[in-house]
Design a protein around this ligand. Structure first.
Ligand code: PRP
Ligand code: URA
Length: 208
């Protein structure tokens, strides 16, 4: 599928298996979310633009590169929060802009409750972070918000996606590349991802 990148890295698969395990406690769950996020960050940033930068080694001068684009990390509250540190370890100067959305469990529609984006975009590329892509309602709504903000380049990073959510994103935002650790089989009658990992927010914050 165009614009869909599912990781084939064995480290990602290993850590994701631990993450799915219902016996993994919240502390280890949070560590794994951070670690998998860092591995996905590496994959999702492979096409960032660079400019030349001259430096002197102890032996000689060399023209290397540095990142050109100003990066914004956009975690979707709550569950996306746990992915920020993994990205920040690799790009510590990235700005973090939080979007608060939850899925109404009756209607399955996203409800926005937090957005403090300034009027003008302050970054040139946004990486939206959320562990779970289920129906895709939250993802489409967040991408709408960032496009309205005026960000030119948007990428979306999830840990696990369901086919329905991927289809929803590709229908509404075919221009947004999507990165995943895994694509799972289906949604159950409550729109939870199967096999999935359960409720990503509750498992991170110990609220389940
Ligand atoms: C989860 C998840 C996504 C959303 C996915 O958040 O982190 O944001 O559900 O579902 P969708 O694709 O059907 O929209 P949740 O609403 O449980 O909020 P939380 O992060 O505060 O727990
Ligand atoms: N949100 C989650 O945390 N898990 C799912 O499987 C679906 C939505």
């Amino acid at each position: 599928m165009p614009n869909l990148f599912a990781s084939a890295h064995p480290l990602v698969a290993h850590k994701l298996t631990r993450l799915r395990d219902k016996n993994t406690d919240p502390k280890r769950f949070r560590e794994l979310v951070r670690e998998i996020a860092a591995l996905l960050a590496y994959e999702a940033t492979a096409d960032l633009l660079t400019v030349a930068r001259r430096v002197e080694t102890p032996l000689a001068g060399i023209t290397g590169t540095e990142l050109k684009e100003k990066i914004g990390l956009v975690p979707i509250l709550r569950a996306g929060l746990g992915m920020v540190e993994g990205f920040w370890e690799l790009m510590p100067t990235a700005e973090v802009w939080h979007i608060g959305l939850y899925r109404d469990e009756q209607t399955l529609k996203p409800v926005e409750y937090y957005n403090k984006l300034p009027v003008e975009p302050t970054v040139s590329v946004c990486l939206i972070l959320d562990p779970m892509l289920a129906t895709g309602g939250s993802a489409v709504a967040t991408t709408d918000v960032l496009k309205r903000w005026g960000v030119k380049k948007i990428k979306f990073v999830w840990l696990i996606g369901a086919p329905d959510g991927i289809k929803n994103m590709q229908t509404h935002h075919p221009d947004v590349p999507i990165f995943l650790a895994a694509v799972d089989d289906h949604l159950n009658e409550r729109a939870y991802i199967v096999p999935g990992l359960g409720d990503a927010g509750d498992r991170q914050f110990g609220t389940g």
